[in-house]
Design a protein around this ligand. Structure first.
Ligand code: PNS
Length: 162
């Protein structure tokens, strides 16, 4: 069984991520979307909220699971018996960072390979950071995230305004 891991911060999940999940789910027998419990990075959403939002977005996929992980990605991948890490590439500007991560992961664990999927052109400009910026100014994020995520963003930022 080909188990693939799609790791990320997903703070929050966007249509760009969902597009990668959709295509990766057709390559993998089982796809695990793995949310990093990033202690050093200031996330808008807690790791549990991020996992919940992804679960709400992927209900139609029978072979996709969502989990959170701590520590090194390669250790987590090994614990799941996964040999393939999936990452999305939006533009050439993503490449340097992705190359560094993929090569580091391969030095750490030679058995684990990274497979890059090109993000759909219509989402190539999209990032969680941009979505948060638009939402923080009460802008319309309906083209970028699911209605459930848009709702949670609204609640999160409204809380900061009161
Ligand atoms: O969505 P992001 O923030 O670009 O995802 C980055 C992620 C989670 C894939 C990366 O930071 C990661 O794998 N972190 C776990 C720690 C680790 O394994 N580091 C060594 C490889 S860079």
């Amino acid at each position: 069984m080909k188990i693939c891991i799609y790791p990320g911060s997903f703070d929050p999940i966007t249509y760009g991520h969902i597009d990668i999940i959709d295509r990766a789910s057709k390559i993998a027998d089982k796809l695990i979307v793995a949310v990093l419990n990033n202690h050093d990075k200031k996330s808008l959403f807690t790791v549990d909220e991020r996992v919940e939002m992804i679960k709400e977005s992927i209900k139609e996929y029978g072979n996709v699971e969502v989990e959170s992980f701590d520590g090194l990605l390669v250790d987590y991948a090994k614990s799941k018996n996964a040999k393939i890490v999936i990452r999305g590439l939006r533009a050439v500007t993503d490449f340097e960072y992705e190359l560094q991560m993929a090569q580091t992961n391969r030095e750490l664990e030679n058995d684990i390979d990274t497979v890059f999927l090109l993000t759909n052109l219509k989402y190539s400009y999209l990032s969680s950071s941009i979505v948060k910026q638009v939402a923080s100014f009460d802008g319309d994020v309906s083209k970028f995230v699911t209605p459930q995520v848009a709702d949670r963003l609204k609640k999160k930022y409204n809380k900061y305004f009161v």
